[in-house]
Design a binder for this molecule. Structure first.
Ligand code: ISC
Length: 376
């Protein structure tokens, strides 16, 4: 499906869309939810739900950060076309923002970071990812096709996404929209590719300063440590399933808003009975969104963050009848519901993190959705 009008109609009808540099996937109706309720149960049942499905049918959607909460994976036919989504999707009506409120306030977030650092000093965790939100209230309903258009146009290297979280026919149904630079995993036959990100610095509009910042990130001991927790955790989670796992040195990647450290991890499965969904269940949540060690970090997030993350920092993607699939980490995302848009951003906290720098980093990360939502 490559005609923008047809895609816009499909999205208004509740279609799930992923648009990447190389391909665009649109899951059209009918799209029953994968049975099971919770994200964990949906992941357990996704592969069986595809048994005997017609060619072209996939499981697609989102599982939440906390897998005990409801998932939004749906079973239905999909259309895959080469290249990114052709945009714009229809006319560009301006939405006016009537109110904008950071929750918690920047000072409240800095306090949460200090509370995280206290737990690190106490030896409970080595790393914890803490998030905050920006709530925008518009005069009219947000348009999901329009948000998606802007996200695609502004983030050519990311995976732009629109995923219905509720029954799209319900008034007040929620959507997840965003443009994430982080590949959780791609599985094609026995080959698996991951590109975990962690360790960030805001971009500068001034080219010399921008390069200086990227150098500072590459040479930052704090950011290298913050990154390594993620690489170590994904290598450990993959190992039982794989005959080889290769994790080279980190490299730099840039989004329009931030520089990141990234590692291209490649692996070969022992057995192609292991599906992409099995790997999601083993990997999620990585320390790019949770922390290290995982269990204790999730407790610390519960204690100090005070947010319902929903599908922000969840896993979003698809799997086909062969067990192949592609899943991204739902960062640079927002939850849309009628006139309300809740933008989320988080940052990894390790020993040596500076609360004010984490406020600035999360503000820069929020720009991905904020700039798309307030485009003129
Ligand atoms: C948790 C987020 O980003 C993660 C991904 C890349 C870099 C991150 C960091 O440097 O903190 C985070 O781990 C977010 O954007 O909300």
């Amino acid at each position: 499906m490559s005609d923008p009008e047809a895609v816009a109609r499909a999205v208004r009808g509740g279609a799930t869309v992923f648009s990447g540099e190389k391909s665009t996937l649109v899951q059209t109706g009918p799209r029953p939810l994968v049975p099971g309720g919770s994200g964990a149960e949906q992941l357990r049942r996704a592969t069986a739900a595809l048994d005997g499905a017609e060619r072209g049918v996939i499981v697609a959607g989102a599982v939440p950060f906390d897998l005990s909460r409801p998932g939004a994976l749906r079973l239905g036919p999909a259309d895959m076309t080469p290249g990114p989504l052709a945009v714009p999707l229809g006319s560009r009506a301006q939405v006016t923002v009537a109110r904008s409120r950071p929750v918690p306030s920047p000072a409240g977030y800095a306090d949460a970071v200090r509370a995280g650092l206290d737990r690190i000093r106490a030896g409970r965790v080595d790393k914890v990812v803490l998030a905050r939100t920006l709530e925008l209230e518009a005069l009219d309903d947000w348009s999901v096709p329009q948000l998606l258009s802007e996200l695609v146009a502004r983030n050519p290297s990311a995976t732009a996404l629109a995923v219905p979280l509720d029954d799209p026919a319900d008034p007040g149904a929620r959507w997840l929209v965003g443009a994430t630079p982080e590949l959780l995993l791609r599985r094609r036959g026995p080959s698996v590719l991951l590109r975990p990100l962690a360790g960030s610095i805001p971009r500068s509009p001034e080219p010399d300063e921008d390069i200086r910042r990227s150098d500072a990130l590459m040479n930052s001991d704090k950011d290298r440590r913050e990154h390594q927790f993620v690489v170590d955790a994904v290598v450990e989670a993959l190992s039982p399933f794989c005959r080889t796992v290769n994790a080279p040195e980190p490299e730099l990647v840039a989004t329009p808003a931030v520089w990141h450290l990234a590692t291209r991890v490649t692996a070969l499965l022992n057995d192609t009975d292991t599906t992409s969904v099995d790997l999601v269940a083993a990997l999620h949540p990585t320390p790019a969104v949770g922390g290290s060690p995982r269990k204790e970090a999730l407790k610390v997030i519960d204690e100090v963050e005070g947010l319902d993350r929903g599908c922000y920092a969840g896993a979003v993607g698809w799997q086909d009848v062969h067990g192949d699939g592609e899943w991204v980490v739902a960062v640079r995302c927002a939850e849309v519901r009628g006139r309300s848009l809740r933008i989320f951003a988080g940052a990894g906290i390790v020993e040596g993190s500076d609360p004010d720098a984490e406020v600035a980093e999360t503000a820069a990360k929020m720009r991905t959705v904020l700039d798309a939502a307030t485009a003129r």
